[in-house]
Design a protein around this ligand. Sequence first.
Ligand code: SAM
Ligand code: SF4
Length: 335
Amino acid sequence: MTVKLIDPFQRPISYLRVSVTDRCDFRCVYCMAENMTFLPKKELLTLEELDRMCSTFIGLGVEKLRITGGEPLVRRDIMTFFRAMTRHLDSGALQELTLTTNGSQLERFADQLFDAGVRRVNVSLDTLDEDKFARVTRWGRLPQVLRGIDAAQAAGLRLKINAVALKGFNEDELFTLTEWCASRDIDLTFIEVMPMGDLGNEDRIGQYWSLDDLRGQLAQNYTLIDLPERTGGPARYVQLQESGQKIGFITPLTHNFCESCNRVRLTCTGELFMCLGQEDNADLRAALRNHPDSNVPLEAAIRDAISLKPKGHDFDYSRQRADGQVSRHMSHTGG
Ligand code: SAM
Ligand code: SF4
């Protein structure tokens, strides 16, 4: 029997997030610069290499795979990859195949995703105001995303909205977003803006809206019941007593839940990041490409990388500086 992946702090690694492209059809202000330079195609893992990589992780005990980016649905032929992963769902080795998307291509792909075995999708949406949406995503158009959300629900996909909490931007939409999600039976999670990537265009601390504060505002209109639910990630959940709705909080800045972290992140070039908030990574692409006929070196490289997983990240705004900043953009590691 294969020995599963356990890190030095005795955390079992059962969750892999995979960025399948660094490209995107949006340019969200907190994620990318407007004129990004993307990687040359040969740097990217091919769809076959992504399959081999993910299948190896699944062989080592990964049970949950989340596909992200960049925007995963803009990668050419990405459905071929999703369909290839269906065999691991069918065999029972993989318990969940999920996706984080900006929603722009969901109208086109929702049915195919469902057919491939995807059941839950996270859609990133920070505002329901068309002008504000165009401002924060620079290139995005809200009606297209809303059509994608309709299509996904019609296809039977369970949705969660991820909204980055931005001071002075969507503070006034806290209740609108909450009620809109409740009316559509969509879960909602708020995320604190993280100091990723030197975008040179903004003031991170000025943008930062603490979720402790957001939670306090929510509590003015609703009774919040803390839920014990844990996913091994940084999210904590409450239920709104009045509507029964579930709201999540991802608080890398105000609270650090690294002690139960069960995940690692693979970039589209085959680097494995053991922690979103640290620079350390392992080059798995070499182990894969240099040994086309054997996965043994790749498995060894994965085990070596996991043995270096750090205890946690060092993001900290408490000294009114964006401490712990990492220089990569979120689109590189996939959020
Ligand atoms: N393009 C897809 C999307 O937007 O959902 C997937 C990739 S995107 C990098 C994944 C998530 O990271 C999104 O929910 C986005 O809002 C979030 N994100 C990007 N930059 C961030 C930052 N600096 N701080 C917090 N969240 C960020
Ligand atoms: Fe693209 Fe997602 Fe980054 Fe926005 S957050 S620029 S949609 S990768």
